[in-house]
Design a protein. Sequence first.
Length: 167
Amino acid sequence: MIKAIDFIYGAIQKMMRWTVIVLLVMMVVIVFSNVVSRYYLHASLAWSEEVARFMLVWLVFIGSFLAYINDEHLGLDILVAKFPHTLRVVVAICTNLLILFALYAVMEGGYLLMRDNFDWLSSAAEIPQGYVYFIVPFTCGLMMLQVMLKTFYLLTGKTHFREDTSC
């Protein structure tokens, strides 16, 4: 069962990494196209700045999910590192519960924001804002699953899965 969960999370992680790559490349192409259009054609693409901003929002949320999977978020463990193993596990479980609570609050707020803004179109690109806000509950839900998986690994004494960071 653990191997199946690790396989699924490896596939999700790889898919999210490729999504980040595609979004970043598209963002660069859109912004570069706007610069070239402004310089040579003396007319800018009205929607480019807005779409690039939306892509940046998605990049930030997907990047935070990937950073959480790989334990790359900033943390201070100077004091906790001096604790005995059992106490470190208890502190880690309490921390995971607090993270789960915070993610749930953000996910619920993001869901309400997404739900209430599907009728509101962005000014230049005329994209429903609900699609932009969809990333908030989506990535928070994925991170909540990851928190539960890390807590399960802590309780069972297994090492948690970490995919290699290459694409």
